[in-house]
Write a protein that binds this ligand. Structure first.
Ligand SMILES: Cc1cc2nc3c(=O)[nH]c(=O)nc-3n(C[C@H](O)[C@H](O)[C@H](O)COP(=O)(O)O)c2cc1C
Length: 194
């Protein structure tokens, strides 16, 4: 495969980049350094714009969960798998069995230039239709590859369109056996991933 999975180091115009997006990211041979990266923590409340304005609910990770990845990776959009955990003694908001499975996820790491956030966040969109919120639940995330740089959009519709593309790219990318195998990994139980 071409070197399209390598993070871009030069500034790119948003429109230039949007016009030439690949459908799949990362080498076919499987995740390469520094991936896979594990993240784990209690879901934090975000600004709440993701669901309302973008139709894309996201779970924010706590600051300490982001440190390792932030030290190794540039801001950008990443893909992998995630699992929301049931609290050890039930509550808050018990989840259905189907909601605590491992699902593909797409994550934004950065300051969301479109919204001018000051603080760096890692926001995870788990690709599954959830019946319940998972605030107050712990989430395990396995980051397997890089998709694109964080872009400064001129319109919310352009950002929405690109998030839809990110979701397609994620599903294509993790469908390869060299990535899909991480879904079955034993480390998805809460005790082991910590
Ligand atoms: C897959 C994905 C891609 C994103 N790409 C960008 C981006 O390129 N530029 C940007 O400013 N924000 C990007 N965002 C972040 C959204 O702006 C963010 O989810 C929104 O601010 C909602 O956050 P909130 O729920 O904390 O309000 C992306 C989010 C996701 C889930």
């Amino acid at each position: 495969m071409a070197a399209e999975h390598h993070p871009h180091t030069e500034p790119l115009s948003t429109e230039q980049y949007r016009a030439s997006r690949p459908n799949i990211c990362g080498p076919d041979s499987g995740p390469e350094e520094p991936f896979p990266i594990v993240m784990y923590g209690l879901v934090q409340p975000g600004f709440g714009r993701g669901s309302k304005e973008l139709g894309c609910p996201t779970a924010n990770l706590p600051d300490d969960a982001i440190e390792l990845m932030a030290s190794k990776c540039q801001h950008g959009i990443y893909y992998g798998y995630a699992r929301v955990h049931q609290p050890p003694h039930g509550k808050p908001g018990d989840l259905e069995e189907t909601e605590i499975e491992v699902y593909p996820m797409v994550m934004s790491l950065g300051n969301n230039p479109y919204y001018n956030n000051e603080k760096m966040t890692a926001e995870v969109h788990v690709i599954h239709e959830f019946e319940h919120d998972f605030y107050g639940h712990e989430i395990s995330v396995l980051v397997l590859g890089y998709i694109r740089p964080e872009l400064d959009y001129t319109s919310r519709d352009a950002l929405k369109e690109d998030i839809a593309t990110d979701i397609r790219v994620t599903l294509n990318s993790v469908a390869r056996p060299t990535y899909n195998k991480y879904r079955e990994d034993a480390h998805w139980t809460r005790a082991q991933i910590r």
